[in-house]
Design a protein around this ligand. Structure first.
Ligand code: UT7
Length: 347
């Protein structure tokens, strides 16, 4: 019988894999979420929607929302400190801090620099990356390359968002989907078989107009009347289009990871996909032939937290004892841009 990945990997770009002995290995995870919970019942009082629609179409039951005075860095810093504590290292051992976010504290400076300052990572380089919901997988891929090349030994990879500040709370197509929070992972150089086996990251900018927030950049300055009048600072999405591409792209990225490592879906111990919609996760898992017990899902509690979704899920799985040494863990992301990608790890 053909493996589920046989057809989709045929035309994929394959990157060289395992060319160096070193690889990044996650030695600590952490997450942080706002205390405020917004339930589907509360949303029913805000827009024309209902719990039944949200639950059956998305799987989401509630999401966390940042309070006034809480920012992306608030959660990013807390998640980072928790990851450092689990790793048992101090912040000044970090060489690199990479933050995936589309809701930074400010356009300038980077929120990674705020994290660097607040956790006291005195010798770390720090930068944000904009890869939407794929931000954590992109960040892990970059950290892995720095470690494989010997330039960095220890890195902090964070995904953090306060999406509630760019969500249009009058638009039922989007406001029911998103939530706030952060997740982080400390990675260390590993010279054995445990750690990141491969990462594959991709983009397809031809679909950028299906998921975007175009107010406040150089095309539509935050100060322009048009940005305000046309409500350009809100996130917009063509949900149906995004949905279809998400399933196909996540399958491709997962299969690229497995093929590069001569593995098949049956080798996966735990699949941790981006938490956007339970139907997307179920469809992807079905295409890969994965049973429910191998798929980690927490979006019923948090909604779609974009770049934070995978590291929050990874931390929950880790703290729940779902990850044992030697397990094969597959991270799989898809987001605006489009961006997508996978990271395959031996835990
Ligand atoms: O994180 C990165 C990527 N993001 C995603 O992956 C999200 C991908 N897309 C999705 O998850 C889904 O497309 C949505 C959950 C956004 C929408 O689900 P859908 O099954 O694609 O619904 P739809 O947009 O086709 O809308 C179906 C109907 C429409 O009514 P009509 O035209 O059939 O009368 C919508 O107006 O549902 C209506 N609708 C709602 N009804 C109640 C849309 N939003 C709502 C709502 N409550 N919140």
């Amino acid at each position: 019988m053909l493996s589920p990945c046989t057809n989709v990997t045929r035309n994929l770009r394959m990157l060289p894999n395992g060319y160096a002995m070193l690889r990044a290995r996650i030695i600590g995870t952490g997450s942080s979420l706002p205390n405020k919970i917004l339930t589907n019942a509360e949303l029913e009082r805000m827009v024309d929607t209902n719990d039944e629609w949200i639950t059956t179409r998305t799987g989401i039951k509630q999401r966390r929302i940042a309070a006034e005075g809480e920012f992306t860095s608030t959660f990013a810093v807390e998640a980072s400190l928790r990851a450092l504590e689990m790793a048992g290292i101090s912040a000044d051992e970090l060489d690199l801090i990479i933050l995936g976010t589309v809701t930074p504290d400010f356009p300038l400076p980077s929120t990674a620099c705020i994290i660097q300052h607040e956790i006291g990572a005195r010798k770390a380089a720090a930068f944000d990356i904009s890869a939407a919901c794929s931000g954590f997988v992109y960040g892990l891929s970059i950290a892995d390359k720095y470690i494989r090349s010997g330039i960095a030994k220890k890195a902090l990879v964070v995904g953090a968002e306060v999406l509630s500040r760019i969500v249009d709370w009058t638009d039922r197509n989007t406001c029911i989907l998103f939530g706030d929070g952060a997740g982080a992972a400390v990675v260390d150089a590993s010279d054995n078989d445990n750690g990141v086996l491969s990462t594959h990251i991709y983009s397809n900018g031809s679909f950028w107009e299906t998921l975007y927030q175009v107010g406040s950049g150089s095309r539509n300055p935050a100060t322009s009347k048009r940005t305000i009048d046309e409500r350009l600072f809100y996130l917009k999405m063509e949900g149906n289009d995004v949905f279809k591409h998400a399933v196909r792209a996540m399958e491709e990225a997962a299969c690229a990871a497995l093929s590069a490592n001569d593995m098949s879906p049956s080798d996966i111990s735990l699949f941790i996909p981006h938490q956007a919609n339970k139907r997307i996760i179920d469809a992807t898992a079905k295409r890969l032939g994965l049973t429910e017990d191998k798929v980690f899902i927490n979006l019923h509690n948090y909604g779609n937290t974009s770049a934070a979704s995978i590291p929050i899920a990874l931390d929950e799985a880790n703290r729940a004892g779902r990850l044992s040494s030697g397990d094969i863990v597959l991270l799989d992301a898809f987001g605006g841009g489009f961006t997508y990608g996978s990271a395959l790890m031996r835990w």
